[in-house]
Each structure stands twice: as structure tokens, then as C-alpha cells.
Design a protein around this ligand. Structure first.
Ligand code: 5GP
Ligand code: ZN
Length: 119
């Protein structure tokens, strides 16, 4: 599994930097965003260092599928209200012009009653 020196999310996935963990399995790690925009706001990351969606290829299809399937399961556990009145938002910022600040692939999962800080 590849890791990148000085990558904050690699360090969070490895437990070197503490986080409020939501989920962990052999390939994925999820934790609460330190600066939430919504009442529920957590991030799902692969443990392997992939910089962004721009580096994703066919070899990552199963991994990305697992991330997307995990999102609604964790959203429910973390208190997002049921669809359709409730729901959640999944966001993946990619590159500087896409608003990405941490260059380790992550899904933002946001939900809970509005108003939200952003969005
Ligand atoms: P991006 O702009 O790259 O899509 O989002 C990065 C997110 O990571 C931001 O929402 C930011 O609050 C969150 N973040 C950055 N550093 C840390 C950290 O050390 N711990 C946690 N839990 N979240 C972080
Ligand atoms: Zn990383």
C-alpha cells in the first residue's frame, strides 16, 4: 500500500495524527472533518495515497465503489435524516480550481438539518 511522506490524511489513516474516527477497514478510513460545514460532516478516504480523482483509473473502480457504498451507510449511523426529507451530500473537490486543499483523495459526506455553513 502506498503512502506519501508529509501527507496529513496518510498520517490520519495510520493513526499518527489523531482524528475522530467514524469507520475503519482494510482499505478505507472515515473521520469527522475538523471544520464541519454541516451538522454531520465526515470524510471517507482510501488508506492508499491517491492524490485526487484526477489520478483514478480502472484499477480503482472497486475501491471507489466501496467508498460510495459506504457513504450512505455511515451517513445513517452518523445521524443524517432518512431520504427523501433528509439525505446528504457527497462532494469530491479535485485540484486547486476544484477547491481541493488536501491532496489525498477524499469524499466529503455532509448532512443534517439546514442551514449549513456552506452549500
Ligand atoms: P478539501 O478542500 O481538500 O476538499 O477538504 C479538506 C478537508 O479536510 C477540509 O474540510 C478540512 O476541514 C479537513 N481537514 C484538514 N485537515 C484536517 C485534519 O487535520 N483533521 C481533520 N479531521 N480534518 C481536516
Ligand atoms: Zn496521503
Amino acid at each position: 500500500m502506498s503512502h506519501s511522506e508529509n501527507c496529513i490524511f496518510c498520517k490520519i489513516a495510520a493513526g499518527v495524527i489523531p482524528s475522530r474516527k467514524v469507520h475503519e477497514d482494510d482499505e478505507l478510513f472515515a473521520f469527522h472533518d475538523i471544520n464541519p460545514w454541516a451538522p454531520v460532516h465526515f470524510l471517507i478516504i482510501p488508506k492508499a495515497h491517491i492524490p485526487s480523482m484526477a489520478q483514478v483509473g480502472p484499477e480503482h473502480a472497486a475501491l471507489l465503489g466501496r467508498m460510495m457504498v459506504l457513504a450512505p451507510q455511515l451517513a445513517k449511523v452518523q445521524g443524517c435524516n432518512p431520504y427523501p426529507a433528509g439525505g446528504f451530500r457527497i462532494v469530491t473537490n479535485t485540484g486547486s480550481e476544484g477547491g481541493q486543499e488536501v491532496h489525498h483523495l477524499h469524499l466529503h459526506v455532509m448532512g443534517g438539518p439546514r442551514p449549513w455553513l456552506r452549500g
